[in-house]
Design a protein around this ligand. Structure first.
Ligand code: PLP
Length: 391
């Protein structure tokens, strides 16, 4: 009998040795052996099977991180999953693993702003050139491919502006030109879209967000196929970018309820979106209205939507936009979304950065909402009262 992933998440990682429903947190800098012979035996096994959980040094992990990696590998349907101390660490590891001086990479214009800084500014110092493409016009991707192009880096939907891209087309362009691909899949997680199965070589999720789900831990995951495994494995060992056991435990604990929480985020977000979509003062940036390109691209590739959405507000009065956001009572103001609670942010230049293809007129403003697990009727009532201020 093959159980669904929902059942697997509840039944996996039991510890019958210690008679605990959850695995122990194994903290170790020194991995101890009974003899030199045992050390060599483990090293031999690790060489033969680098993903088999054979460790001789604490930085490589312990059984606690190994369990998390096994769960995520199953969720991603990938060859392997590397876990990093933050989601951004996973972004760095993906890019660092496969690019070298002289290479070029093509990156989606609306990537998470630290990813933009890393590629546009930092990599430039290492003679790696970044070109940004328009997420809504893939000709800008295609025409920038050269012999030096090593990687196409996608984030879907676009950070804060929520463009949904034609992922199938991106993969076919990449395959035709023998270019590696990576996607930041934090918004959907593999619960709603499985990038490796779809054809991406690498898939990043900030575990800080929905995986942990409780806004109290940081971590990242980088899922890979067999083709790029060795490159990432070597880079991971060189950089020491590994998740610690306490954080691995908390993320494993969060994953038990990933499906339940994401289903509820989706239900709540849909109810809030239904309310917001009726308002003429703004455009809802969420896959809700069936007639849009974004909706079609989302429906083509995703089995669900998470709780993060945006509003594109047209107003000549920026202070009224600020007042609307500041008058929300049930939404906290903070950056790291994906927890159980609702959040709001008024997006200014600091958040969107210096984008080439940001489709925003002079009197248009972006607001980001994370729809949490509160009663959606309360959230709608809260937004309603705050909207009085929007002029
Ligand atoms: C899409 C996306 N990717 C990566 C990250 C970075 O994750 P972390 O905060 O775990 O470093 C974030 C954080 O907000 C994000 O929104």
């Amino acid at each position: 009998m093959s159980n669904s992933f929902k059942t697997f998440l509840k039944h996996t990682a039991k510890d019958f040795h210690n008679q605990s429903v959850n695995p122990p947190v194994v903290r170790a800098s020194t991995i101890i052996f009974k003899s030199m012979k045992d050390i060599r035996k483990t090293q031999g096994k690790a060489k033969k099977n680098p993903i088999g959980g054979h460790y001789d040094y604490g930085r490589q992990g312990t059984s606690t991180s190994y369990i998390l990696q096994k769960i995520l590998t199953k969720l991603e349907e990938s060859y392997h999953v590397f876990t990093t101390p933050t989601g951004f660490g996973a972004v760095f590891l993906a890019i660092f693993s496969v690019t070298r001086p002289g290479d070029e990479i093509i990156v989606a214009d609306p990537v998470y702003s630290p990813t933009r800084l890393l590629t546009e500014k930092f990599l430039k110092e290492f003679n790696i050139k970044t070109i940004f493409y328009n997420p809504s016009d893939l000709k800008t991707l295609q025409k920038n491919i050269t012999k030096k192009t090593k990687l196409i880096f996608v984030e879907n939907p676009g950070s804060n502006s929520f463009e949904f891209q034609d992922l199938g087309k991106i993969i076919s362009i990449a395959k035709k030109n023998k270019i590696l691909t990576a996607i930041d899949n934090t918004w959907a997680t593999p619960y709603y879209f499985k990038p490796i199965k779809f054809g991406f070589d690498m898939s990043i999720v900030s575990a800080t967000k929905y995986y942990s789900g409780h806004s109290d831990v940081m971590g990242g995951s980088l899922a890979v196929n067999k083709k790029v495994f060795s490159k990432v494995y070597n880079a991971e060992r060189i950089t020491g970018l590994r998740l610690g056991p306490d954080d691995a435990y908390l993320i494993t604990r969060g994953l038990r309820t990933l499906d339940v929480r994401l289903d509820r985020h989706r239900e709540n977000a849909k109810k809030v979106a239904a309310f917001l979509s009726k308002n003429k003062k703004f455009k809802l940036l969420y896959p809700y209205k069936k007639d849009s390109y974004n909706f079609r691209m989302w429906r083509k590739y995703y089995s669900g939507a998470s709780g993060l959405m945006g509003l594109k507000i047209k107003s000549k009065n920026i202070n009224s936009v600020r007042k609307f956001v500041n008058s929300l009572k049930l939404f906290g103001y903070g950056y790291s979304w994906g927890g159980f609670e609702s959040l709001a942010l008024h997006q200014e230049y600091r958040e969107t950065g210096n984008r080439k293809y940001l489709n925003l007129a002079k009197d248009e403003h972006l607001v980001r909402l994370h729809i949490g697990l509160e009663d959606p009727n309360d959230l709608i009532a809260d937004i309603k009262q705050a909207l009085r201020h929007l002029k």
